[in-house]
Write a protein that binds this ligand. Structure first.
Ligand code: ADP
Length: 631
């Protein structure tokens, strides 16, 4: 019995109820003849509901329907309810025993105090209340709930009955099986042995006739459930299990709740299909099925209307069809059923959160970090590319500038070069004339002529050498790295300016290191360094007295560095200018460009070297170039 609602409604007015109770008690003591009336009035609007179960209170699927109906009643009833539940035990036996004792029990229970409404759950309970209505509840309205259309006993229906029936369509169930698992060859039919289950075996067989030979139906109805479990564990491929009912097996063993289904699920090597919502969620794959919600909603609706005074004849419902297909995601995964095979409007439940759902924030965070990182990396790459392009351009500009600077330098050397060329060319002319004269003689001295010719060749070589050096300095070509012997490279550069020095009466000396010094670099650019610094030195001494005009160039080895020192006897560099002389456009000369030393420093640094300017204690400037030695 359920007294919950009565208790709840009583608690809301405790003081009034206490006084009322005391008053009634006194009245009952003083006026014994009025006791029945007092009792009725204390019950107030209390509604007594009898729920009659078919097999017991915990047999699925009916237990789930009953639970849902009870919850609906308690939720929607405006009256306090007294819900009493009875179970028709006889229905669960394979050979039902006599019903009389149970009828007597109910009779004595409800005689003189019938319930306000009877709700039967399932076909056996409906049959029972219809059969014993006259004796037990002749005037009580009834709602016959959860009865399959085919099991409604229409002959015995009265004006006091409302039917909430369902319609099972087994072809729909099998269509679903063959849709999601088209390879299916055999369906093992799990069903119990009670009279109700026997009825369904015949019905299902009849209904599935149109399937013909498409699938083989194997019936387990005459097997004890233990045996069914054994077979279910070793089913051949392309077999599925159809779960009908299992209230009682062929051995007479009763299975409450969904114990049987759970044991079957634990051992079965094939997917299980059922058409009942209460079996869905843990064991069966799913598909179109009877949904408890719709049946319980209609049953509660009927009960409320009847309890509210409406005539049962006025309440009619169409049989409830299967609801939209539902599937258990876990079973779909287990049996490899693709979601693409499911009907369009189907619902997938129990989906386990994937890596994405479980780690959404972490993934988002990582993705953001990766995105930011990618952005940064591509930004940096772009920047690097830009810098490279800028470097290439700068190098190109510098090469152009250095080239222009060499032209300027050579311009300054024109006199010297002309002088250097003049000498051998003049000697060649003189020697040629001498040789001609000698050959005109009657007996020319051939040995002498040969000697003259050798001199001519030597002078020609000298002239060619000047041209070669000039051309190599003026050649426009990219920065070229090779191993260079520094002593010779410096000597060659000095050779280019020697004539200038002579012309200006400057004592230009060169003192190479004793041993060869090899550095890595571009010989033309290294010569440009020497030329620029030496020409500056010559400029610096040009104003000095002739005997004081000196430029000394030397090379030396200092540990792993090669040094080129260019010292002059000029007036030196002003202390403030020592740090500025290498800046571009710094010049103290009226016609100066201020680019010579800037180019020198750039070339030296490109060779991983250094250049320093200082004033010598004895006067004059000293420039020291240091380059890494390779050997
Ligand atoms: P420019 O020769 O066109 O002036 P440079 O860059 O070659 O450009 O030289 C910059 C300046 O450094 C010169 O104007 C001069 O003031 C100074 N300088 C360079 N070499 C010497 C030196 N040997 N003695 C004194 N001053 C020097």
């Amino acid at each position: 019995m359920s007294w919950r609602r009565c208790m709840t409604s009583g608690r809301s007015r405790p003081v009034v109820a206490a006084w009322l109770g005391l008053g009634l008690l006194l009245a009952a003591c003083i006026l014994p003849g009025t006791a029945g009336a007092v009792e009725r009035s204390a019950r107030g609007d209390l509604k007594r509901v009898l729920i009659l179960h078919s097999f017991g209170r915990e047999f699925r699927p009916w237990s789930e329907y009953a639970r849902s109906i009870k919850a609906g009643l308690e939720q929607q009833s405006p009256w306090p309810l007294d819900i009493q539940e009875q179970a028709l035990l006889t229905a669960r036996f394979n050979n039902p025993g006599p019903e009389a004792p149970f009828v007597e029990y109910l009779h004595s229970l409800y005689q003189g105090a019938p319930p306000d409404i009877v709700l039967s759950i399932g076909a056996p309970a409906a049959r029972f209340v219809q059969r014993y209505r006259g004796k037990l509840f002749p005037d009580t309205p009834m709602v016959l709930a959860v009865v399959e259309e085919r099991l409604v006993d229409r002959v015995d229906l009265t004006d006091n009955d409302v039917v909430v029936s369902v319609r099972n369509d087994f072809m729909v169930v099998f269509d679903n099986i063959l849709r999601v698992l088209p390879e299916t060859k055999t369906v093992a039919m799990v069903i119990g042995a009670s009279p109700l289950e026997q009825f369904w075996i015949d019905e299902v067989k009849r209904e599935l006739k149109p399937l013909g030979n498409r699938v083989d139906l194997v019936w387990y109805a005459d097997l004890p459930f233990e045996e069914i479990l054994k077979r279910a564990a070793k089913l051949p491929p392309h077999t599925v299990l159809f779960w009908g009912l299992m209230t009682v097996d062929a051995a007479g063993i009763i299975y409450e709740s969904d114990i049987a289904l759970r044991s079957l699920h634990a051992v079965a090597n094939a997917p299980i299909f059922s058409y009942q919502d209460p079996f869905f969620g843990g064991s069966t794959v799913g598909g179109p099925m009877q949904l408890t919600a719709e049946t319980s909603r209609k049953t509660v609706d009927a009960a409320m209307r009847i309890l509210g005074g409406e005539k049962p004849t006025a309440i009619k419902y169409e049989p409830i069809e299967f609801g939209a297909a539902k599937y258990d995601w876990r079973e779909l995964q287990r049996w490899g059923i693709s979601e693409r095979k499911l009907p369009a409007n189907s619902e997938i439940l129990f989906r386990e959160p994937g890596v994405w759902e479980r780690n959404r924030w972490q993934i988002l965070l990582i993705a953001t970090i990766i995105l930011v990182q990618t952005g940064l990396i591509s930004g940096l790459l772009h920047e690097r590319q830009r810098r490279r392009a800028a470097e290439v351009e700068a190098r190109q500009r510098f090469a152009d500038l250095a080239h222009a600077n060499r032209y300027a330098t050579v311009g300054e050397l024109t006199t010297s070069i002309a002088h250097e060329l003049n000498q051998p060319l003049g000697a060649i002319l003189t020697n040629t004339e001498t040789a001609e004269l000698m050959l005109n003689a009657s007996s020319p001295d051939i040995d002498e002529v040969r000697q003259i010719l050798a001199d001519i060749r030597r002078d020609d070589h000298r002239a060619s050498e000047v041209i070669r050096r000039l051309r190599s300095v003026l050649k426009k070509r990219p920065f070229e790295i090779k191993e260079v012997e520094l002593n010779d490279t410096v000597r060659e550069a000095i050779g280019l300016v020697r004539a200038v020095a002579d012309g200006r009466s400057i004592g230009l000396t060169y003192e190479p290191a004793f041993a060869d010094m090899h550095v890595k670099g571009d010989p033309v650019q290294l010569q440009q360094v020497v030329l620029n610094v030496v020409i500056n030195a010559m400029d610096a001494v040009s104003d000095a007295a002739i005997e004081l005009r000196e430029v000394r160039v030397s090379t030396a080895r200092a540990s792993n560095r090669a040094e080129i020192r260019i010292a002059d006897s000029g007036s030196g560099i002003a202390a403030d200018d020592l740090t500025k002389v290498f800046d571009p456009f710094f010049t103290t000369k009226p016609q100066g460009m201020g680019m010579g030393l800037a180019i020198v420093r750039t070339i030296v640094e490109a060779h991983h070297g250094t250049i320093a300017a200082e004033n010598q204690p004895s006067g004059g400037a000293l420039f020291t170039v240091r380059l890494p030695i390779v050997r």
